[in-house]
Ligand binder design. Structure first.
Ligand SMILES: NC(=O)c1ccc[n+]([C@@H]2O[C@H](COP(=O)([O-])OP(=O)(O)OC[C@H]3O[C@@H](n4cnc5c(N)ncnc54)[C@H](OP(=O)(O)O)[C@@H]3O)[C@@H](O)[C@H]2O)c1
Length: 247
């Protein structure tokens, strides 16, 4: 089950954290993968070479900043059509809602929401022609439990959820599923600093019914189901991977 031999996958923001774990998992299951980050080509290429050596499946590293207006176009030109698109990259700023500057609002909207729409516009039509495709948008537990200092980040994920459901309904008949995976607190470089503060860590863990932070591999396992042939009847769904934090 869950074999991906012959499939091509593009995971945005996959040089570390959840994106890397998902790409690694897809590669171990047989997919050809594109690892991606904003600017550091060398890092992406080195990681891809290492992954290819470990899994024996083709892997390529690419870089392009998703804040750029032409990101979807440029990235599609680099990868060509794929079978699996995972919109994983995001940015988040911590700031009280009264003080959120326009620059932070725009960057979060551009990377977390805008780029995902335009990537779907580019990548889904060839999937429809092929009568097979998997799109996975990465949301957040903050859609249900917003952090007081990440109002815009949470709002971008809620908007992405709406897009996910809307597009899923319109592509289901063509064999293309569009789902959302919503991580809770996952130990990645992004929140390393915040969680290294023992007081903040304790407060955060108290909000998780399972009592501990997840790891990127927990997300990879769920992503694999949603990207597989076996996941063909799951579309427009939101799958929390959060130890029950959304409850
Ligand atoms: N970690 C958590 O606890 C958690 C919880 C809920 C939801 N999530 C969601 O899960 C996803 C992955 O989170 P993570 O913690 O694994 O993230 P992360 O460790 O911060 O990694 C983010 C990745 O996205 C790339 N990226 C960021 N901005 C970019 C841009 N403008 N253009 C292109 N690439 C960009 C980064 O590359 P660069 O190094 O080039 O910036 C990096 O590869 C995100 O959507 C996040 O919102 C995470």
């Amino acid at each position: 089950m869950f074999e991906l031999m012959g499939r091509r996958a593009f995971v945005t923001g996959s040089t570390q954290g959840i994106g890397y774990a998902v790409a690694e998992c897809l590669s171990f299951k047989g997919a050809e993968v594109y690892l991606h980050c904003s600017k550091d080509w060398e890092k992406a290429e080195n990681l891809a070479a290492d992954l290819q050596a470990r899994t024996g499946r083709p892997a390529k590293g690419i870089a392009y900043d998703l804040t750029e207006a032409d990101a979807a176009e440029k990235l599609f030109a680099m990868t060509g059509p794929v079978d699996i698109l995972i919109c994983n990259a995001s940015v988040q700023f911590r700031c009280a809602w009264e003080e959120i500057p326009e620059s932070e609002f725009e960057k979060q909207i551009n990377v977390n929401l805008r780029s995902s729409l335009f990537l779907m516009q580019k990548y889904i039509p060839p999937m429809q022609q092929n009568h097979w495709g998997r799109v996975l948008n990465i949301g957040s537990v903050q859609q249900a439990r917003p952090h007081t200092h990440m109002a815009v980040y949470a709002a971008t994920k809620c908007a992405l959820s709406s897009l996910t459901e809307n597009i899923a309904k319109q592509t289901a008949a063509d064999g293309v599923t569009v789902n959302m995976l919503l991580p809770g607190v996952i130990a990645t470089p992004r929140n390393e600093e915040a969680l290294s503060d023992p007081v903040y860590r304790q407060l955060t863990l108290q909000k998780i019914p399972a009592g501990y932070a997840g790891n990127p591999e927990d997300c990879a396992a769920a992503a694999l189901l949603l990207c597989s042939e076996e996941g063909r009847y799951i579309t427009g769904s939101s799958l929390y991977v959060d130890g029950g934090m959304h409850l």
